[in-house]
Each structure stands twice: as structure tokens, then as C-alpha cells.
Design a protein around this ligand. Structure first.
Ligand SMILES: [Zn+2]
Length: 321
């Protein structure tokens, strides 16, 4: 290890549909050691057993027995209030899963769970772009759109832990788009990977301009393909991100009126487009927002390193929640 480590240490776990990544993290966000196990086991008990064994092993290998403060787990549909994963369609086991209790019973370490977007918000506040901020919103732009809202220094959780479903706030700009939640017009139908795919199909049909995107089969086309094409000057690809960024800016103008944030931070795969999204987002926000918020909200992308962002977010939970 070439740098100094700062105790106390925590364990961060990123539970994904196929793979579970975990790491020992120090108090300033250094990853001491990391490993992963497959998520696909017949029962959730077997997965918890595998994870507990693998975490114990990592702690022993790094001679940190007795020095771990707690475990944080970021997982789809995880509820920090109940400690349960509720109705997660991306996981192979039936819900609800009393995950916090199951882990605590096996490792005798305080375990805190929350959904991926809240973990990202806490991670940004502890180690990333929101360090030192007390009011900000993280929008996670991935397969879906999630959000974590920090207001007056606290993560908003709501009565049952479901506060901050900004991906399912509906807008006129998406009113023709059906969402996985059963409604129409959710922000998620535009600003997620699936939303960008849908916009690509529509723009390619509506515009006659030549585009390298026409050579990529529809089913294999990804937001990254659109981003790469836009960077190379492809006009249609640029318009796709311009449209997506403007939609995000209009949505941000409404969100700003709720919590008066200092910054709105984009996180996740789609946010890698950076300025392709941020510039139209700022422009639309300036046009649409109430004058009170104009020129007052910063638009940023995550400052956490790609591979480790989810783990770092989870690792910060035991000290923050
Ligand atoms: Zn929806």
C-alpha cells in the first residue's frame, strides 16, 4: 500500500443482478482490498453465507479483525428504514428479504442497507462531488433513473423509505412514452439508457441526416454508441443528447423548487456523456427555473471513480445513516 490508511474501516457492498462486489474502505474513501462473488445462488441464504464468508476472509487477509465499524449495502429496492429489500425485480430471489438482519446475524457487524441512488448520494457527500454540501440531488442515470435527495444535511427517506423517486415524476416532454411503472411521461422514459434508445429510434426515423447510428442494429445500439458518435460530430447523435439534456434541465427546474439545492449531480452510465448533457441541461434550467434558483444551482457529474463508485457509496452508509 503506497498511501496512508485512515481508520475506522467499513465494508461497502454493491449488490447487482449478476455480481456482488465488496471492499474494505477507510474513512477517507481509500479502497483497502476488494473482491466479488456471483449473485446467482438458488436461495438468498446461500448468497448471504457466501458473502459473509468472503467478507470475513478479506478482513482476516488484511489483518483488520475487530477494526471494522460496520457494513453498508447498496441494493435495488433496499429500504433503509425496514432493513429489507422490497419487491426487487432484478434479483433472483423472492422479496421481501430481511438483508440487514441476515448479515448482522452472520458477522455481528452493524449493517445498513439502502437503494443504489441513496447510496450514490451518500457516497458523493462523503467522498465525492458533494463533499461539504448540505443540499443537493443526485440523479442516477442508468438502466432506470433513480435519485437521492440530501436536504439540510439529511438524506430524505420519507415515511416508508421511498422518498426521492424523481425518475417517476411525469413531464409533458415525455407524455407519449410508457414507463415500466405503468404510467406515461416519467423522466425515466427519457433520461435512462432505455430512454436514449427510444429517442435514437425516433430521431433516426424523423430526420434525414446521415448518421453512423443507422449502421448499428437497433437491438445492440447503446447510449455509449450515441455518445461516441456525438463526440465524432454526428449531428443526430448530438441532437439526441441535446434533447435528453434539455429534458433533464426542465426536470431540474421543478426539482429545484422543492429542496433549493446547491447542486444537481449526475451519476451512472448515461452521465458519462458529461458536457453533452450538462450544457443543454444548464441552458434549459436557466430558461425554465423560477428566478430564485437561476444561476444558483450547479450541475456536476459524479467525482467518484467509475468502478468503485457504488462500493464507496455503500461503504459510507454505516457512518452516515
Ligand atoms: Zn414511471
Amino acid at each position: 500500500m503506497s498511501y496512508q490508511l485512515y481508520p475506522p474501516f467499513t465494508i461497502g457492498v454493491d449488490l447487482g443482478g449478476t455480481n456482488t462486489a465488496f471492499a474494505i474502505v477507510d474513512s477517507v474513501g481509500h479502497i483497502v482490498a476488494k473482491d466479488s462473488i456471483p449473485t446467482v445462488t438458488p436461495t438468498v441464504s446461500e448468497w448471504v453465507d457466501h458473502l459473509a464468508t468472503a467478507i470475513s476472509q478479506l478482513i482476516t487477509e488484511n489483518r483488520l479483525e475487530g477494526k471494522i465499524e460496520g457494513i453498508g449495502i447498496g441494493a435495488p429496492c433496499a429500504n433503509a428504514i425496514t432493513g429489507c429489500i422490497e419487491a426487487a425485480t432484478d434479483l433472483p430471489w423472492p422479496s421481501p428479504i430481511p438483508l440487514a438482519n441476515m448479515m448482522e446475524a452472520r458477522l455481528n457487524l452493524k449493517t445498513v442497507i439502502t437503494n443504489d441512488a441513496n447510496a450514490a448520494a451518500i457516497g458523493e457527500m462523503t467522498y465525492g462531488a458533494a463533499a461539504g454540501m448540505k443540499n443537493f440531488i443526485v440523479l442516477t442515470l442508468g438502466t432506470g433513473v433513480g435519485s437521492g435527495i440530501v436536504c439540510d444535511g439529511h438524506l430524505l427517506s420519507g415515511t416508508r423509505g421511498f422518498a426521492g423517486e424523481l425518475g417517476h415524476v411525469t413531464f409533458p416532454f415525455a407524455s407519449d412514452r410508457p414507463c415500466a411503472c405503468g404510467r406515461k411521461g416519467c423522466l425515466q422514459t427519457v433520461a435512462s439508457a432505455k430512454g436514449i434508445r427510444a429517442t435514437t429510434i425516433r430521431f433516426l426515423a424523423e430526420m434525414d441526416d446521415p448518421s453512423e447510428l443507422r449502421d448499428i442494429p437497433e437491438e445492440t445500439r447503446t447510449p455509449k454508441d450515441v455518445q461516441d458518435a456525438a463526440m465524432r460530430g454526428d449531428r443526430i447523435a448530438q441532437r439526441i443528447y441535446h434533447f435528453t439534456g434539455r429534458c433533464l434541465g426542465k426536470a431540474a427546474a421543478e426539482f429545484a423548487a422543492m429542496t433549493d439545492p446547491e447542486a444537481i449531480i449526475l451519476f451512472g452510465g448515461v452521465s458519462k456523456a458529461g458536457n453533452l448533457l450538462l450544457e443543454p441541461m444548464r441552458e434549459a434550467f436557466a430558461e425554465a427555473s423560477l428566478h430564485l434558483y437561476r444561476d444558483r444551482v450547479r450541475f456536476l457529474t459524479s467525482a467518484l471513480s467509475d468502478a468503485d463508485a457504488a462500493i464507496l457509496g455503500a461503504a459510507s452508509l454505516p457512518v452516515r445513516l
